[in-house]
Every structure is written in C-alpha cells, then in structure tokens.
Design a protein around this ligand. Structure first.
Ligand SMILES: [Zn+2]
Length: 162
C-alpha cells in the first residue's frame, strides 16, 4: 500500500495545528469552549454554535469504523489497489468522524464496527496523513508482519492506546 500518490494537502491557518500534530503522530480535532462540541476538520469556528473560541484537543484511544468503501480503481499511475477507505468515529469524542485508509488487514475483511487504532502514514509531499490500523481479533494470526512495513517521516510515531 502506498499513500504517497496524489496532491499534498493545503495547509491553512485553521489546519496548521492539525498537520503539525499529524507529523508528530497525534490526531487533533477542535473543541468549542462555549458548547464543548468537537469539530473535524478544523475550521477555526464551532460547527454547532458558531463560536470562534475553539482550541485543539487530541484524540486518543481506539476508534470504530462507522462506514467504509473499498477502492479498486487505479485513479493515478502508481496507485496500489485495492485498498479500504474508512470513516472512523471515537467513543470518547461524539460527533467526530475522521477519514483515512485502513491498514493491518486485507481490504475485503474490513467491516463496519471494527475496532481500529489511530495511525499515520506518509502522504503526498511527505505530509503525514491519518490512517487507521485494524485490531485483529484474538486467536487469529496477525497479518501485519506479512505486509510491507510503512515508513513514517522523522519524528512521527504511531499513536498507541493509553
Ligand atoms: Zn460551540
């Protein structure tokens, strides 16, 4: 799997903190100081009450696949297919859903409700982008060692639970 093909993300004043944290292996969303709603992607304004009093908050812990699709179309030269794209929600952060690739299991084995860990991988332009790592059920063989290791940019670390 290779996510480095494509157009690098645009970094704006509102998204700079998110992309900087992503390079450090940390997933940030915005939390509204007025109503406590969490927002993603970051806009610099609360999506619920329109307050501009928002601050970054880190998401830790496990996520669950809310929805998914498996892409078989080679949209660009060098794009490895198939791969699963998942929309992940977080029990401790209601209302937040983050999109990314799924790693750690064959794409056809991805299912809604599957538990995933937060991770990152190098994206276009070397920018670390969110991706998620499937939790393999106990008693099954972990498929991860059979797959090519995913290198991460200097300073990046995969977000581990706890
Ligand atoms: Zn708000």
């Amino acid at each position: 799997m290779d996510a480095t093909v494509g157009i690098p993300p645009a970094v704006t004043a509102e998204t700079e903190a998110f992309w900087t944290a992503a390079g450090q292996g940390r997933l940030l969303v915005e939390r509204c100081s007025a109503c406590a709603a969490r927002s993603f992607p970051p806009y610099g304004i609360c999506r619920v009450c329109r307050s501009r009093d928002v601050a970054p908050v880190e998401i830790t812990g496990e996520g669950r696949i809310y929805s998914l699709t498996v892409n078989h179309q080679r949209w660009m030269p060098g794009l490895e297919v198939p791969y699963a794209l998942v929309l992940v929600e977080f029990p401790d952060h209601p209302g937040v859903r983050v999109f990314g690739r799924l790693r750690g299991c064959p794409p056809q084995e991805a299912v809604i409700g599957m538990t995933v860990d937060i991770g990152f991988e190098p994206g276009p332009g070397g920018q670390a982008i969110p991706s998620f790592v499937a939790r393999v059920p106990a008693g099954t063989v972990d498929p991860r060692p059979r797959r090519a290791p995913v290198s991460q940019p200097a300073g990046a670390r995969r977000q581990e639970r706890g």
